[in-house]
Design a protein around this ligand. Structure first.
Ligand SMILES: O=CC(=O)O
Length: 359
């Protein structure tokens, strides 16, 4: 608790608004600044990124000075008019309408996310807009959270704390709140990338027997790090005791986890998703969980977000739902904001970004 208070205070000290940037400057400096590239930042991003933008002397920026709610679409469409650069987060849909509103000055988009399903890549490419994103810096945090969610789900921790708090804890019982253990299990990874490898590395000490994965094609270099075997999609479903989804959301992976997959899984298996909600058909998942087709699911991502509190998935004891927090550690979110800021500045200078999407 003390830790989060200190972090919050630090955040409040460093955070700047557009007013702080220009406030107190001489009119000469203000005139000079008005020739700098204009940037709109769609969220109050963590302090490291703001500091980099502010101290760069390279841009003038304005931001939606809140982290509580996304900038309303109407305001966003107004604010992006004529900007040279845009820093966004994953709640902003960057589509043809927005890019048209921004106009031809927009040269660089920098998203503070590893996922890019909120971006219309074709539209960005058509307009020659370069795109930065934030992979790698969040890998550890996402892998840690995935392991936490997996254990929470498989060992029924939410149910257990609820029982303890609400009087359900009677005598010690032999099969009460039993779950499934990682020792001697097969862990399947759907979409093997940096994050899948990092998850497997963390799970291996739990004495997992075997790692398997599927992807568009084998990825031997990554697989060799964790000694994972490439299998078909069907085999992944059939063999996995724990199936963790790590793929990006693309037209090809949309709702790839549906009744076809769930019907092939063991009724003792646990399904975990920390990638994007759109890869799952939630009605099929509800069916699989409520009929006992699979044992449990842990989801950090859903469609929509936030998931309405009256959504049927919330009624299931064997479904643990988190509010999209996989990368939510102070270190990681600051690193993401710094990378997003640096990508933007490099892009605006016409230099290679640290992490740039190939369009
Ligand atoms: O989900 C989080 C991200 O894409 O960074």
């Amino acid at each position: 608790m003390w830790c989060s208070r200190i972090a919050l205070r630090r955040f409040q000290r460093i955070a700047v608004t557009p007013l702080n940037i220009t406030g107190g400057l001489t009119s000469n400096v203000q005139r000079e600044m008005s020739t700098l590239p204009r940037v709109y930042v769609t969220r109050q991003i963590p302090p490291e990124g703001l500091k980099i933008l502010r101290e760069s002397g390279q841009v003038q920026f304005e931001l939606w000075d809140s982290d509580d709610a996304p900038v309303p679409r109407k305001e966003l469409l107004q604010k992006v008019k004529g900007v040279d650069g845009l820093v966004c987060v994953l709640t902003e849909k960057i589509d043809a309408e927005l890019l048209d509103a921004a106009g031809p000055n927009l040269k660089v988009l920098s998203t503070m996310s590893v996922g890019f399903d909120h971006l219309s890549l074709d539209e960005l490419k058509k307009r020659g807009i370069r795109v930065g994103y934030t992979p790698d810096v969040l890998t550890d945090s996402v892998a840690e959270l995935t392991v936490a969610l997996l254990l929470t789900t498989s060992r029924r921790l939410v149910e257990a704390t609820h029982e303890a708090k609400t009087g359900g804890w009677g005598t010690w019982r032999t099969l009460w709140l039993c779950g499934y253990e990682l020792a001697n299990s097969t862990v399947g990874i759907l979409g093997l990338g940096r994050i899948g490898v990092a998850i497997a590395e963390r799970l291996a000490p739990f004495k997992v027997k075997k790692f398997i994965y599927t992807d568009i094609a084998p990825r031997p270099e990554l697989a060799s790090i964790i000694n994972a075997e490439y299998v078909s999609f069907d085999e992944l479903a059939k063999q996995s005791d724990f199936l963790t989804v790590c793929c990006a959301l693309t037209p090809e992976t949309k709702e790839i986890c549906n009744k076809d997959l769930f019907s092939k899984m063991k009724n003792t298996s646990i399904f975990i998703n920390t990638s994007r909600g759109g890869v799952v058909n939630q009605e099929d998942l509800y069916e699989a969980l409520s009929t006992g087709q699979i044992a449990g699911a842990g989801l950090d991502v859903t469609v929509p977000e936030p998931l309405p509190t009256n959504h049927p998935l919330f009624t299931l004891k064997n479904c643990v739902i988190l509010p999209h927090i996989a990368s939510a550690s102070y270190t990681t979110r600051n690193a993401m904001s710094a990378l997003a800021a640096n990508n933007l500045l490099l892009g605006l200078r016409g230099e290679p970004m640290i992490k740039e999407l190939k369009l």
